[in-house]
Ligand binder design. Structure first.
Ligand SMILES: *Cc1c(COP(=O)(O)O)cnc(C)c1O
Length: 451
């Protein structure tokens, strides 16, 4: 190996891929030198230092902030015991405790079977693969081997592995890049926006959903949706009543209902799970992202005892999945610490305070000509532009205002760590609004009329 030359950023560009990015010598990058609480210390290519509030919670995950003493201690404790052992034929306390915690907190309701069986997966996408496998194996074991397809929503996002990509939005997702591999699923329209649901709009959407489910019932294994908030597919919040319609459609046609709460789980939308906004209980639930408070990769797929027992009694005799790093003890131990903080209940006030701060702080952005919509749900705030965001320019402008954001398409959005103070949230909203105005607003009024 020849010795590495150049700055860290130059070395990165020579060797690494980044998410959804080309291998390019021009890729905009900042080096993270430190992370503490809600703040990152960044170093630019020119050697400038910037302290920024992480408005992204590292893609929804770092809900308790960086270097949290409770999470750090849990990781160190487990490291001193053992960091990994295989899960085939072996078990350990962190995994058992985590399964018990997840079952205890999962959405539940009268007349509905609780989610009592947990598969520990190593990322959100894998937990979706497991959910889809569970559904197909359930249908096969129930005497419906032709039920191999899925019904999902336009505008949805469920991950980057192949089966998960196949249930993402067929137009904005990655279907056109892999046409031979992703065909075959069925899509219902995106539900109406939560901000402006006319009474008729939910009813009309629900009847279209029912018609699509009825037309394809014999070939569908399950319905999969992100409840209440479609995240990476467009930060689209929709009315909770739609979940009731989804539950009815699934029940009427013998389909399993899968809720992908990888982004929405653990309080982000203002309820512990987005399903709780409507009191709807799915048959299968995926969680991830914030599960370890952003420390380590871990996700989980929960299902009812009926699904678990049916799959186990099927001809395959097992759920056909088993990752090498399944149930990683270090990740489970940190997840238990993170869920312990959630169990203390402070998240509800944190999310409420953040929502109020986001709503008032982002309101001025409504007055910008380039802005189409501003919306919030729980600890999520969105500025939607009319046109595509100039991502490098808005990112750099936000950094100058002390905020780290990662816009996509026409959206500049935030989901701050729950520990963000009112002042942190104000810094985020002011920085987002200023960055959007500086980059996307036509010349200010002063140069238009006032000379
Ligand atoms: C992020 C996300 C996934 C994929 O999770 P990874 O850990 O990135 O594989 C799946 N579904 C939803 C709703 C997500 O937000």
């Amino acid at each position: 190996m020849t010795p590495a030359r150049g700055s860290l950023i130059q070395r990165d560009r020579a060797r690494l891929w980044h998410p959804y990015a080309p291998a390019s010598p021009d890729l905009p990058l900042w080096e993270v030198e430190a992370a503490d609480g809600v703040r990152l210390r960044l170093r630019s290519e020119d050697g400038e230092h910037h302290e920024v509030v992480d408005a992204m919670s590292s893609w929804w995950s770092a809900i308790h902030g960086y270097r949290h003493p409770v999470l750090d201690a849990a990781a160190k404790r487990q490291l001193a015991a053992f960091s990994h052992v295989m899960f085939g034929g072996l078990t350990h306390a962190p995994a058992v405790e985590l399964a018990e915690r997840l079952v205890a907190m999962a959405p539940s309701g009268p007349g509905r079977a609780p989610l009592e069986r947990v598969f520990l997966a190593d990322s959100g996408s894998v937990s979706v693969e497991v959910a889809l496998k569970l559904a197909v194996q359930f249908q096969t074991a129930s005497g419906h081997p032709r039920r191999q397809r899925f019904l999902s929503l336009r505008g949805g996002y469920h991950g980057d592995t192949f089966a998960a990509m196949g249930v993402c939005d067929p137009v904005d997702g990655m279907h056109s890049a892999f046409p031979g591999l992703l065909a075959g699923n069925v899509f219902a329209p995106r539900p109406p926006a939560a901000a402006s649901p006319t009474p008729g709009s939910v009813v009309a959407w629900a009847s279209e959903l029912q018609a699509i489910a009825a037309a394809h019932a014999g070939e569908l294994a399950a319905i999969i949706v992100e409840p209440v908030l479609q995240g990476a597919g467009g930060m689209h919040a929709y009315p909770a009543e739609c979940l009731t319609a989804l539950r009815q459609a699934a029940d009427r046609h013998g389909l399993l209902l899968i809720f992908d709460e990888i982004a929405t789980g653990f309080g982000r939308t203002g309820e512990l799970f987005a399903a709780d906004h409507a009191g709807v209980v799915p048959d299968i639930l995926c969680v991830g992202k914030a599960l370890t408070g952003g420390y380590l990769t871990l996700a989980a797929t929960l299902c009812t005892d009926e699904v678990a027992a049916t799959v186990s009694a099927g001809r395959a005799g097992a759920l056909l999945h088993g990752p090498t790093f399944m149930g990683n003890p270090l990740a489970c131990a940190v997840a238990n610490a993170s869920l312990g903080i959630i169990a203390d209940g402070g998240w509800r006030a944190d999310v409420g305070r953040t929502n109020a701060g986001l709503a008032s702080g982002l309101a001025p952005a409504r007055d910008l000509d380039c802005v189409r919509d501003v919306r919030t749900i729980g600890a999520v705030g969105v500025i939607e532009l009319h046109d595509a965001v100039d991502v490098p320019a808005v990112t750099a402008a936000a950094i100058r205002h002390g905020v780290w954001v990662r816009p996509f398409r026409n959206l500049v959005y935030t989901m701050p760590p729950y520990i963000s103070t009112a002042a942190d949230v104000e810094q985020i909203t002011a920085g987002m609004t200023a960055a959007v105005a500086e980059v996307h607003e036509p010349a200010p009024a002063r140069s238009r009329g006032l000379g």
